[in-house]
Design a protein around this ligand. Sequence first.
Ligand SMILES: [Zn+2]
Length: 241
Amino acid sequence: MQQVLIHLIKLQELDSQLKQLESLKGDLPNQVSRLSEKLLDSENGLKEDEEKLKVYQKERAMAEMEIKALEGNQTKYQTQLFNVKTNREYDAVTQEIENVKVEIGKKESRLLELMDAEEETKSTIKTVQEEIEKLRKQFDEKSTELKKRLANTEKDEAALHDQREKVLRKLEKRIVATYDRIRKAKNGFAVVPVIRNACGGCFKTLPPQRIFEIRQMNRLFLCEVCGRILVWDEKKSEGLE
Ligand SMILES: [Zn+2]
């Protein structure tokens, strides 16, 4: 058990150093990932708008063609009008002309709708493009800054992770799981030394008998108040001699 506790003390030391390195990066990693998400959202929005614009343009081209065809019909009927011989024929052709006019009117108002929709979509696209450009610039700035900071800490971090792996291999999975659970729940500190006869995590005073037992390092003792693993760390602990 003694060896296990010594490994746990080492693991805590390494994790504390890693946490410190992490805090040097500040909020930058979050900012970079938030910007990248926003950028992706905007780019997807842009794609959708561009698709929408294509659909409108296609329908408009179609409507223009149909109007042209209808106008052709109208001209044809108007020519026919000169050649009618009976009133009935005249009424029939006139009716056809009326029908075509109504049809043209419908198509033309759809055409206007489509032109409006196109204008609106184009203006949305322009806004989104500007937004994307702005986001891209921010993203580039922040990620360059992050890369710079990472370059400074990268080596140290890699070395710490390396050592951490080595320590982990010496510990039982069950113990590591307990350690990780406490560490996550307790702001990164799972293993705390006894300091001035108290828990180094929550400062709850410990009974002398408990301190004696902890000093033996024969068992895993959890603080009854904060639940952290209590150890006697020769470098940091003070208490009953
Ligand atoms: Zn405690």
